[in-house]
Design a protein around this ligand. Structure first.
Ligand SMILES: *[C@@H]1O[C@H](CO)[C@@H](O)[C@H](O)[C@H]1NC(C)=O
Length: 294
């Protein structure tokens, strides 16, 4: 068939139209995630803008990001299992692979109706965790969506709830303390049966008559992230900036954020490994003397 400029421009218009419709209907979850567990208990709704994970007696469920990151700021709006969620855990975390993996964890430990969830956090560096901090929340995480953010950058790992920093794990690699800095991580979320430990240390079991237990996700945002391809080439998406300015990749807590972090730690923290002297009779891990000083 003879090529003509008019055919070409019609073709271009059609493909622009097609990509417009695909963008309009695909939605971020279909583009960004794969189901990796219990697909029959997962659903993508609202044209891809809403994702639900459920736990039934038969199975939990989970998803994993298609992208892998070396440094990222990831936001997700999550609405947790309402009512009697005792024994359930909804996990939302970044993790690399293998024996010496790094991991940055948010885990929401369910509770009986009216009793508070615990937000459990941990940081694994090169295969070693044991850096738990736990918090009550200052809102009901089951009544509505709230934004949970992991900011992993060159300076520290920050955990936020609704933009308020709840934890900082500083990059002290220059003092010989391990920090995740080169292994690419994917984002995971899952809901599972953890009634052997989650609620009041395992005393309260799951009431299966309340199943399915469902958590909902929306507004996933990984626009500020360094996406790693095959573990080597990393393209950093830093809108209106380059790698050397003060964007998210170099961000630290300003004076006001430090005040907020102190407010959370003073009023809502229920466990801190750095003050658990029974657990560390020989002295706390080295980062404890530098972190958590606000
Ligand atoms: C559940 O509620 C009990 C009683 O208020 C509380 O002690 C506990 O910390 C709460 N959270 C979990 C996950 O057990």
């Amino acid at each position: 068939m003879a090529f003509s400029p008019s055919n070409a421009s019609v073709g271009l218009q059609i493909s622009l139209l097609l990509s417009f419709f695909m963008a309009a209907f695909a939605g971020p979850f279909l583009d960004s995630f794969d189901y990796n567990w219990g697909q029959s208990n997962s659903q993508i709704l609202n044209k891809g803008d809403l994702l639900t994970l459920s736990l039934t007696k038969e199975c939990g469920s989970g998803f994993v990001s298609k992208n892998q990151y070396v440094y990222a700021k990831i936001d997700m709006n999550i609405k947790l299992v309402a009512g009697n969620s005792a024994g359930t855990v909804t996990a939302y975390y970044l993790s690399s692979q293998g024996q010496y993996h790094d991991e940055i964890d948010f885990e929401f430990l369910g509770n009986l109706s009216g009793d508070p969830y615990i937000l459990h956090t941990n940081v694994f560096c090169h295969g070693q965790g044991n850096r738990e901090q736990q918090f009550y929340l200052w809102f009901d995480p089951t009544a509505d969506f709230h934004t949970y953010t992991i900011l992993w950058n060159t300076q520290a790992i920050f955990f936020y709830a609704d933009g308020i920093p709840i934890r900082e794990f500083k990059n002290l690699e220059s003092s010989g303390i391990p920090f995740p800095s080169y292994q690419p991580m994917k984002l995971y979320s899952s809901i599972w049966d953890a009634d052997n430990w989650a609620t009041r240390g395992g005393l309260v079991k799951i009431d299966w008559t309340q199943a399915p237990f469902t958590a909902s996700y929306t507004n996933f945002n990984d626009k500020n992230a360094c996406v790693s391809y095959y573990g080597t080439i990393t393209s950093c998406n830093t809108p209106n900036s380059n790698l050397n300015n003060n964007g998210w990749l170099w961000q630290t807590l300003d004076y006001s954020d430090q005040g907020k972090l102190k407010w959370v730690q003073d009023n809502y923290m229920t466990y801190n490994y750095c003050t658990d002297s029974k657990r560390f009779p020989q002295g706390f891990p080295p980062e404890c003397y530098v972190n958590n000083k606000y």
